[in-house]
Design a protein around this ligand. Structure first.
Ligand code: ADP
Length: 169
């Protein structure tokens, strides 16, 4: 069987896939990191529609069109800020992957790309975040035919090495 999980290194805004996931903040009004890159590449249409969404709670996901992005949709999810693991961060991060995948299924996305949610300025430990991401995606794909494929887009070398170790054995 063809592999349903892929790892690539690079800029998620360049991918021509059905949906890319944005590691947004709860305002959904843009920010730094991958969020800033997605808004910059998508153009002002994305921010305009995001203003109408009324924000998004941590662990939830909302979908928009991709505007000027090569991706058709953007799934905006809000990862938890790491605070010593005392605020249900692992469960909330798992929920980001579950809810994002559920949106992808609803919108009939075949290929979905995820960044390494919460591992930037939100400081979630990278190894634990990757374990949660891989576990949730693997479980979801076992019981759903869509999406057909999930791409983990690793921006930094450290995340790339962690994902390769977790998935390539
Ligand atoms: P968070 O607030 O959820 O931590 P960040 O955007 O700060 O979000 O970081 C999340 C991850 O996205 C980090 O691993 C960061 O290296 C990565 N990242 C930053 N820019 C891009 C990009 N253009 N494409 C893919 N990943 C990116």
């Amino acid at each position: 069987m063809e592999k349903r999980i892929e790892i690539v290194q690079g800029d998620i805004t360049k991918l021509q896939v059905d949906a890319i996931v944005n590691a947004a903040n709860s305002s959904l009004l843009g920010g730094g990191g991958v969020d800033g890159a997605i808004h910059k590449a998508a153009g002002p249409g994305l921010l305009e529609v995001c203003r109408l969404l009324g924000g998004c709670a941590t662990g939830e996901a909302k979908i928009t069109r991709g505007y000027k992005l090569p991706a058709r949709f953007v799934i905006h999810t809000v990862g938890p800020v790491w605070s010593a693991g005392l605020r249900h961060e692992p469960e909330l991060l798992a929920s980001c992957y579950q809810k994002s995948l559920a949106q992808a299924t609803l919108y009939e996305c075949k290929i979905v790309a995820f960044p390494n949610i919460s591992t930037g300025v939100y400081h979630f430990p990278k190894e634990m975040a990757a374990e949660i991401a891989c576990r949730e995606v693997q479980n979801y794909l076992l019981s759903n035919t869509l999406p057909e494929k999930v791409i983990f887009v690793c921006f930094d070398d450290e995340n790339l090495a962690i994902y390769k170790k977790l998935l390539n054995n």
